[in-house]
Design a protein. Structure first.
Length: 182
């Protein structure tokens, strides 16, 4: 029985891994930090909630993930203050994502890939430009397909706040991506 629950948890974590990573990378702008946050979230779920019903894992995991992202922002803000106070610069290296260098097994032409890459980059930048709460609301509602009530529970806010953040995110994204489909 316990082995079956472990297999279910492993399967669940494998099913959310990539999307959680993309969501976190959007929020942090850093693939390494995103990977750490996702792994910490997965470990926390596996350690604290393995006995919960499988249907409860998804909202629990995303709530843990959103809290870890908020913690990362707090930590980053504190470290930034210390760096400024100590006279250190902010050293951000823009590294390419290693997954971007893998050949496409579908055989998409370089022209299509460039066009799709440009479009993907524009959408990614528009999402990354959203304030964190709007980004969370949009990704949880539109990408993860949680309803308003579930999103509110994950974000630890009211349903009205979710609706407001989501609406503002949609409005911002429409303005940012206005010329793409016209």
């Amino acid at each position: 029985m316990m082995k079956n629950k472990k297999n279910q948890l492993d399967h669940f974590l494998a099913s959310v891994e990539k999307r959680a990573f993309q969501m976190t990378r959007l929020a942090t702008g850093d693939a390494d930090e995103a990977l750490d946050i996702v792994q910490d979230s997965m470990l926390y779920l596996a350690k604290k909630y393995p006995q919960h019903n499988e249907a409860e894992w998804r909202p629990l995991f995303y709530r843990i993930l959103q809290n870890k992202i908020k913690d990362w922002y707090r930590k980053k803000k504190t470290i930034s203050r210390w760096r400024v106070w100590l006279g250190m610069g902010n050293n951000n290296d823009d590294e390419r994502d290693p997954l971007d260098t893998i050949a496409d097994p579908k055989g998409i032409t370089p022209e299509n890939a460039t066009e799709a890459g440009t479009l993907r980059a524009m959408i990614y930048n528009a999402l990354a430009g959203l304030p964190l709460r709007q980004q969370q609301a949009f990704l949880l509602r539109a990408w993860e397909e949680f309803d308003t009530r579930e999103t509110a529970a994950i974000m630890n806010c009211s349903e009205g706040s979710v609706k407001t953040h989501y609406s503002r995110a949609i409005s911002h994204l429409k303005k940012s991506l206005e010329g793409l489909w016209s």
